[in-house]
Design a protein around this ligand. Structure first.
Ligand SMILES: Cc1cc2nc3c(=O)[nH]c(=O)nc-3n(C[C@H](O)[C@H](O)[C@H](O)COP(=O)(O)OP(=O)(O)OC[C@H]3O[C@@H](n4cnc5c(N)ncnc54)[C@H](O)[C@@H]3O)c2cc1C
Length: 429
């Protein structure tokens, strides 16, 4: 195995496309809209407020895309986690159906941006193979695929264990399903395209400028930054898994969890295709899920998941992630890993994204590790809301945003939860 000291801790995508360093410009004294966070959410919202004629300033504490938007897996799927049945029991049938529709629209919106809207992001609609971890999981997923909820008619093909090798050169799974509408993007290309869109719409973006406090004022808000104070009529928190002390209320409602990825060294296109013949995304039915896909150039495999009980340096997680990869592909026993990285995704206690405002402060966050389609879409919607447009409304507006007693932003329950889930997975339960 390669020495870990040779492994680069930069996301593979950023090797080809580095995050841009934006010119330092004097901050305006006042704007109509100030957005905290320059990831997919913040940039998408900024495009809408600027295009509607509102002076818009986006600030990021680090580089554009330093958060998850520059370091994700680029997989695009229907991403509302609770099932339609669970949504119905929580919010009633009508609202549940409307929420499912939003989930589908999020994928459709990204597809339309990529295929007709000039957002050049290496959009590929090759689908996703969802591998069954146990025969019982296979039965359940095949049953669900055959009796899909009317709100969620996705194109799904059941793949029996006997057919599985058409999808993956592995016997690790017990069959699975192909979700044909799923797609993939190059995360950095998407980020840069959304950055350009926001700038072309008239938004000003400033990197390396942290927001340190937000105070309500008579005309809106006074925003303290590392480079001085900016007054803003409206403010959006688009900080997702990087939500810090600026709003304690939000910090108590998002659970920042590290998601870890590795990239193999180039294996050659033929070898990658021999392992994943359809070139699809892959995920599986374990509680501690893993996800992988060919790199955009088809030369490598990019593999991600939860590698440790607590948070760790991404390089320290390589042996475990590599072992998880080779459990699926024993043929890769001698494979070398060239890149390893981590980013902070935002889980929520009800596994729902949350869009809305509290005391006049807008927020859009909590994608539970699935923001590639959700963040551009809900960012667009909240931007329209802030601009006072009626099509900014969403079926998620005003959903209760739960916290838990004794949770103040440090997920002390994470390690024991991962341990329990991992044990149940190992027992095949
Ligand atoms: C390893 C990994 C793999 C993933 N894979 C997938 C996938 O395959 N499919 C999928 O759908 N999703 C995936 N995700 C999740 C997805 O990337 C995120 O949900 C999405 O990018 C969130 O975008 P965002 O703009 O809301 O937040 P982010 O991109 O995280 O941006 C938040 C920004 O806020 C900034 N910020 C925070 N506090 C302040 C402050 N006080 N002042 C100024 N700026 C501040 C941060 O610097 C950061 O840039 C993955 C995430 C990771 C980490």
């Amino acid at each position: 195995m390669r020495r870990t000291s040779d492994i680069v801790s930069v996301p593979l995508w950023q090797e080809k496309i580095a995050a841009p360093r934006l010119a330092d410009r004097p901050l305006p004294a006042a704007v109509d809209v100030l957005i905290v966070g320059a990831g997919y959410t913040g940039l998408s919202a900024a495009r809408e407020t600027a295009a509607a004629g509102r002076t818009t300033l986006v600030l990021d504490a680090a580089a554009v895309g330093a958060g998850c938007s520059g370091r994700n897996g680029g997989q695009v799927a229907y991403s509302i986690k609770p099932s339609p049945g669970k949504l119905s029991s929580r919010y009633g049938t009508e609202r549940a159906l409307a929420i499912c529709r939003e989930g589908r629209e999020a994928v459709a919106y990204l597809r339309s941006l990529a295929t007709q809207g000039g957002v050049d992001c290496d959009w590929r609609e090759r689908g996703c193979f969802f591998g069954a971890h146990t025969p019982r999981h296979f039965k359940a997923m095949a049953r669900e695929a055959r009796a899909q909820h009317p709100a969620l008619q996705q194109r799904i093909t059941v793949v029996t264990p006997a057919e599985q090798r058409q999808e993956i050169a592995s016997d690790f799974y017990h069959g699975g399903c192909v979700y044909h509408d799923d797609a993939s993007v190059d995360p950095m290309m998407l980020l840069l395209a959304l950055l350009r869109r926001a700038q072309d719409g008239g938004a000003a973006i400033q990197d390396h400028c942290a927001v340190t406090a937000i105070r309500a004022s008579r005309a809106g808000f006074e925003v303290q930054t590392s480079r001085g104070i900016v007054r803003a009529q409206k403010v959006l928190l688009a900080t997702n898994g990087y939500s810090g002390p600026v709003s304690r209320w939000h910090r108590r409602r998002v659970i920042s969890i590290g998601s870890y990825q590795i990239a193999t060294e180039p294996l050659g296109k033929e070898r990658v295709l021999s392992l994943m013949p359809q070139g699809r995304n892959m995920v599986d039915s374990r509680r501690v899920v893993v996800y992988f896909r060919p790199s955009p150039d088809g030369e490598r495999i990019i593999f991600g998941g939860r590698a440790a009980l607590g948070e760790k340096d991404p390089i320290a997680c390589v042996p475990r992630l590599r072992a998880m990869l080779t459990a699926i592909f024993p043929q890769l026993q001698a494979v070398r890993i060239s890149h390893a990285w981590v980013g902070w995704v935002a889980y929520t206690f009800d596994t729902m994204p949350h869009v809305g405002q509290r005391d006049g402060l807008y927020y859009c966050m909590g994608y539970c590790g699935q923001g590639v389609p959700l963040a551009p879409y809900f960012g667009m919607r909240i931007g329209r809301q802030m601009a006072g447009l009626s099509d900014g409304r969403t079926a998620l507006d005003g959903l209760p945003f739960p916290s838990r007693p004794y949770y103040f932003g440090t997920p002390w329950f994470l390690a024991p939860s991962v341990w329990v889930f991992r044990t149940l997975d190992a027992l095949g339960i």
